[in-house]
Design a protein around this ligand. Structure first.
Ligand SMILES: Nc1ncnc2c1ncn2[C@@H]1O[C@H](COP(=O)(O)OP(=O)(O)O)[C@@H](O)[C@H]1O
Ligand SMILES: [Mg+2]
Length: 221
């Protein structure tokens, strides 16, 4: 069993989109997948909690278009203790983490239990600059772990043929990040997919899943 944690500092960085599409990619290759919704919702929307209730979450997506695998809600600070038991019968668990800046306790708990952290990053200065605080948190988490957590950047929302993608990859690699070769393009396919059925085969997410499995030393299915 391996646990994938899709994480980032900020909301709106394609964590949920990536977690859901990666979970489908694994499922479609015959893996038994558990998708774990760990984002309790937007701290930014405290003034309108009815709007933040599960907004943009994996659970709400699953409620609108039931996914062909198990989806659970586990937005707790002790998920590093509870998840291994819940996920024991699965091949892979994919955690849709909350933004670290809004729910650090839950996000850290998810990173403690993960076998790999996947950080979706758009090739913009804004998002690249926010990688440093993510790595600071990972460094702290590593003091609580038996083994250091492998991390990888999934470049995402990339404009096809734009120079920014290669430049971002070079900057991130120079900073010491593992940057997946797969780039997820900015597409309506993904932007409109929340709450809709997903077929990952043939998309960048299917390739990304193969790459991440290789990173974990697992043969692709
Ligand atoms: N590859 C993509 N192309 C276009 N839009 C995307 C892509 N990935 C995500 N989005 C859009 O970006 C927004 C934020 O994505 P979401 O997965 O909800 O982020 P988070 O979970 O990090 O808050 C959503 O509107 C989503 O549809
Ligand atoms: Mg989300």
């Amino acid at each position: 069993m391996s646990i994938w944690c899709v994480t980032n500092l900020k909301p709106g960085t394609a964590k949920t989109t990536s977690a859901v599409w990666l979970a489908h990619a694994l499922h479609e290759t015959g893996r038994k997948v558990l998708l774990v919704g760990a984002d309790p919702g937007g701290a930014r929307l405290k003034l309108a909690p009815e709007l933040s209730d599960g907004m943009g979450s994996a659970e709400r997506w699953n409620a609108r278009a039931p996914m062909p695998f198990e989806v659970i809600s586990l937005a707790t600070r002790d998920l590093h203790r509870t998840l291994p038991r819940l996920a024991a019968d699965y091949d892979d668990a994919v955690i849709d983490s909350p933004p670290i800046e809004d729910h650090q306790g839950i996000a850290v708990s998810a990173l403690r239990v993960a076998d790999v952290a996947i950080i979706p990053v758009a090739p913009t200065t804004f998002e690249i600059d926010r990688m440093a605080p993510v790595l600071t948190v990972v460094d702290e988490v590593n003091t609580l772990r038996a083994k250091p957590l492998p991390t990888c950047v999934l470049l995402n929302r990339c404009v096809t043929n734009a120079a920014s993608t290669g430049e971002a990859a070079a900057v991130l690699a120079a900073q010491g990040h593992t940057v997946l070769a797969t780039r997820v393009p900015r597409l309506e396919l993904y932007a409109q997919s929340h709450g809709a059925p997903v077929v990952a085969a043939g998309t960048a997410y299917a390739q990304a899943a193969v790459e991440i499995r290789a990173l974990l030393g697992q043969a692709s299915a």
